[in-house]
Design a protein around this ligand. Structure first.
Ligand SMILES: CC(=O)SCCNC(=O)CCNC(=O)[C@H](O)C(C)(C)COP(=O)(O)OP(=O)(O)OC[C@H]1O[C@@H](n2cnc3c(N)ncnc32)[C@H](O)[C@@H]1OP(=O)(O)O
Length: 469
């Protein structure tokens, strides 16, 4: 395993500023002979994507319901693209922790956002890659010829999660509902015990192992010998780059959100926080106590937010006079053992999707990789740089290869911008699109890990018409 890798990340990132290397789109891209062939016969394009500002849970969105956030993302998308709602034929929307009253949240959000009743919507869930799943389900529907115009996206709302009665209490209440006589009800009441009142709190944890994501990340970092200092440095990198992108006005995927019944308009992500490294070093372990290395500052934080994007056939985009940002070229999903390899999705998905598309690591101009934890990102980079890992775990002859880190998450990532689980996939895609224009690149790779030991890799290509940010 290359031991210099992490040193290089730190050195490199203090030098690379997102305000450098910005140029207008000058590369001549052509649809005539694409290097990556279209597999669908439809040349499916990503027109644009938007998101609400991502906020720390428990802050300004706290009194909302999740479908209200999703509604704002959908309204913002239609306003930004200037496409009439009637043109949209189907909506695929992601969520992870479901609000029980709006279980098909895609449909509720679409109705609230003023889409015609005749536009069907369904909800998908695949943990942190749920809106990637929204996009690729849309690709499938278009490729199958079912529809030409799809909206995809996702929402997560951690300010209010369903807290259930205990199983014993639920069982009692359900039986009480069916009890016919007062005597039956009394008999049931006599079975009540005080411990029935203990609630069941949801945890960001793996069902099969019971382990929280943070605990797993700490174990992963330890097994790849990623130090606390390296994790803290990576976290500072993420926040520094996100702050620069925010200050430079690059985060144009944000649609401002006017809070209902208030004059307050939310315009910015509120979790970006550049702190001195010695401040981070003082924080206590958040999961593996007391000696773990994953802390509040080198973890993504619990976030509220929603996203949405518009995808369609290139022909339809032309008919509508739109200037798409990307071709959606290829994708893959991967899955591993959720106990030992929970957060290594990017390592597994990257070579698979590159090979499918006929590209190599060096062809990628923009990397957007989900940062669940700094330790998880650094463990993935080490795994990608290891022949031993490739041979032992991936059935490959040699390592995947290390991405050029000057092209990696240059506008920050989930650690700093936030990670509303099901909304992140669209955020990664639209940042890839906008970075490809600003950085004059051609190909982007999006990768993410997800609970269940799953992961996604997507290859996108800048569309020749992509100019507007
Ligand atoms: C596939 C996947 O994506 S898996 C990932 C899924 N996501 C997760 O698992 C979420 C992980 N994150 C979490 O669960 C939570 O954010 C936690 C447990 C890590 C932290 O939660 P909390 O303890 O509530 O965080 P809180 O915001 O209070 O921060 C704790 C302390 O760290 C400090 N802190 C947090 N971030 C920073 C920062 N960037 N710089 C400096 N200090 C910081 C806070 O100021 C606070 O300090 P204090 O105790 O002196 O007030």
């Amino acid at each position: 395993m290359a031991s210099n890798l992490l040193k290089n990340i730190v050195k490199l990132d203090t030098r690379v500023s997102v305000s450098q290397n910005v140029c207008l789109p000058i590369r001549c891209l052509s649809t005539a002979s694409p290097r990556v062939k279209d597999k669908t016969g439809k040349n499916i394009v990503f027109v644009d994507g938007v998101r609400t500002p991502f906020l720390l849970s428990g802050t300004d969105y706290a009194s909302l319901m999740p479908h209200q956030l999703a509604k704002e993302a959908l309204i913002g998308l239609m306003r930004k693209t200037n496409v009439p709602r009637e043109v949209v034929e189907y909506i695929v929307y992601g969520t992870v922790i479901q609000e029980v009253k709006t279980s098909n949240i895609g449909r509720e959000a679409a109705l609230a956002a003023g889409f015609p009743n005749s536009v069907p919507a369904h909800t998908v869930t695949m943990a942190c890659i749920s809106s990637n799943q929204g996009i690729t389900t849309g690709i499938g529907l278009i490729a199958a010829g079912a529809y030409d115009v799809i909206v995809a996206g996702g929402v997560e709302f951690m300010s209010d999660v369903p807290i259930r009665h205990s199983r014993k209490m639920r069982s009692l209440l359900l039986r009480a509902n069916k009890a016919k006589t007062p005597l039956d009800k009394l008999k049931l009441l006599s079975t009540f015990r005080p411990d029935f009142l203990l609630p069941e709190l949801p945890a960001v944890a793996e069902f099969s192992s019971g382990e929280t994501m943070g605990f797993s990340a700490d174990r992963l970092a330890a097994s790849f010998k990623v130090s606390r200092e390296e994790q803290d440095q990576y976290a500072v990198r993420s926040h520094t780059m996100a702050k620069e992108a925010q200050d430079n006005g690059y985060l144009t995927d944000i649609v401002p959100f006017r809070l209902p019944n208030s004059s307050k308009v939310i315009e910015k992500d509120n979790g970006i926080r550049v702190s001195p490294i010695d401040k981070l070093a003082k924080l206590k372990a958040a999961f593996v106590k007391p000696h773990g290395t994953v802390t509040a500052a080198n973890s993504s934080f619990l976030t509220d937010g929603a996203s949405a994007c518009l995808i369609m056939t290139e022909e339809k985009a032309k008919q509508l006079g739109l200037k798409p940002k990307l071709y959606l070229r290829d994708f893959t999903y991967v899955a591993q053992d959720p106990i030992d390899q929970l957060l290594l999705g990017p390592t597994y998905a990257t070579p698979k999707v590159l090979e499918k598309a006929g590209l190599s690591v060096n062809d990628i101009d923009v990397w957007e990789v989900h940062e669940a934890f700094a330790g998880q990102i650094l463990a993935n980079l080490k795994a990608m740089d290891s022949d031993w890992f490739a041979q032992k775990y991936m059935n490959r002859k040699s390592k995947v290869g290390v991405p050029d880190l000057s092209k990696w998450n240059k506008w920050g990532g989930s650690l700093s911008i936030g990670h509303p689980f099901a909304a992140t996939g669209v955020r990664l895609t639209v940042h890839t699109a906008n970075r490809l224009v600003r950085e004059d690149g051609q190909f982007g790779l999006i990768a993410a890990c997800a609970a269940g030991g799953q992961g996604v890799g997507m290859i996108v290509e800048r569309h020749p018409d992509a100019t507007a940010l």
